[in-house]
Design a protein around this ligand. Structure first.
Ligand code: SAM
Ligand code: DTB
Ligand code: SF4
Length: 376
């Protein structure tokens, strides 16, 4: 067992990280945060988290794949890439009414943001027209909207913003150095350009990456450094844990130690104090304790609903139980025109859901009793 380190006490690093929003973090400074004793790192992250957010509130988004499979890009982690055989067929763009129906169901289950993803390199003109209508219709339901459609130019970003799109998701995925090992069909510079176009159009930026793709610890620090360089910081930072999908080149990559994942969440919280950090893909493979640690480390957003785009996510009832065990609650919407009304609707939706679940549980218990009586 290693010798006990000197007792940690507040130092300049603590003070520097408490609340400052900076864009000039050096790789060495970020690596020093990763290297802190775990308890010190989580303590600092929790301090910063509480300085900027309601401690027990978690923003909840629901995802829908509006166009699945046969993507021309070769992202090695992705089940939707047409370069690999993962058993996913090529699907057409969903009909607008189907998307609206799913968005309504997500709202009724308690989501405040609806995220729509398409397996495209970038949207074609005739598809964009349909997608713009989806944004308008989903917004009419009182939900925040997010889309991830691949690369967008200034004109496309402007039209999405005009239609009322709140967030655009486009991830940097990994460090600039490791990037070439994962994707060859689109460059890091392409990604930064799309993020610039989204920001310029006035939309909020959702950008993060994936951990557990065989990257080195330095790559995790370098990914966060790239995100931190964005001015302003992305409002939403998804930190995905790789979902290893059979058929993708990364299906057998070694698992990342969950403690390293938690460290990355905590460092993201310290570096981007005002951003929502999302405990994103990979929750279905995580135990509850790892998720609890992620919330303690400053994660305050999740995807909610039984599927992500094509892979599984914890069942809604499992997440409700986890929230109850941890005393967490869904975050109030910030950008809502009628915040009080929306919050009441969200609370009512959650309560209605709970009542439905209790009735179902009672019904099944009654069924069991009747069955037992018949057996007796
Ligand atoms: N085609 C668009 C794009 O790449 O910008 C949007 C959809 S893409 C599926 C959105 C993000 O999902 C990717 O950037 C990646 O970070 C994440 N993702 C995809 N497959 C994943 C996996 N197997 N595990 C974890 N995250 C994944
Ligand atoms: C993000 O960072 N993660 C989400 C969302 N943005 C679009 C997607 C996760 C996808 C996981 C693999 C799948 O379900 O296909
Ligand atoms: Fe296509 Fe996006 Fe998957 Fe890459 S991550 S293959 S761009 S759907």
């Amino acid at each position: 067992m290693p010798a006990a380190p000197q007792e940690s006490r507040p130092d300049s690093l603590t003070l520097a990280t408490r609340s400052e929003v900076r864009h000039d973090w050096s790789l060495e400074e970020i690596e020093a945060l990763f290297a802190l004793p775990f308890n010190d790192l989580l303590f600092r992250a929790q301090q910063v988290h509480r300085a900027h957010f309601e401690a027990n509130a978690v923003q909840v988004s629901t995802l829908l794949s509006i166009k699945t499979g046969a993507c021309p890009e070769d992202c090695k982690y992705c089940p939707q890439s047409g370069h690999y055989n993962t058993g996913l067929g090529k699907e057409k763009l969903l009909e607008i009414e189907k998307v609206v129906e799913q968005a309504r169901a997500a709202r009724e289950a308690g989501a405040s943001r609806f995220c729509m993803g398409a397996a495209w390199k970038s949207p074609r003109e005739r598809d964009l027209e349909v997608v713009l209508e989806m944004v308008r219709r989903v917004k009419e339901l009182g939900l925040e909207t997010c889309m991830t459609l691949g690369m967008v130019d200034t004109d496309q970003a402007g039209r999405l913003a005009e239609a009322g799109l709140d967030y655009y998701n486009h991830n940097l995925d990994t460090s600039p150095d490791y990037y070439g090992e994962i994707i060859t069909t689109r460059t890091y510079a392409d990604r930064l350009e799309t993020l610039g176009n989204v920001r310029e159009a006035g939309m909020k930026v959702c950008s993060g990456g994936i951990l557990g793709m065989g990257e080195a610890p330095r790559d995790r620090a370098a990914l966060l450094q790239q995100l931190v360089k964005l001015e302003p910081h992305p409002e939403s930072v998804p930190i995905n844990m790789l979902v290893k999908v059979p058929g993708t080149p990364l299906e057998n990559v070694e698992d990342l130690d969950p403690i390293e994942y938690i460290r990355a969440i905590a460092v993201a919280r310290l570096l981007m104090p005002k951003s929502h950090v999302r405990l994103s893909a990979g929750r279905e493979q995580m135990d509850d304790s790892t998720q609890a640690l992620a919330f303690l480390a400053g994660a305050n957003s999740i995807f909610y609903g039984d599927t992500l785009l094509t892979t599984g996510n914890p069942q809604v009832k499992k997440d409700r139980a986890l929230f109850d065990r941890l005393g967490l609650h869904p975050e109030r919407r910030e950008t809502c025109t009628d915040e009080a009304g929306q919050q009441a609707a969200l609370t009512a939706a959650l309560e209605a859901n709970a009542v439905r679940q209790a009735a179902a549980a009672q019904e099944s218990a009654a069924g069991r009793l009747a069955y037992d009586a018949a057996q007796a």
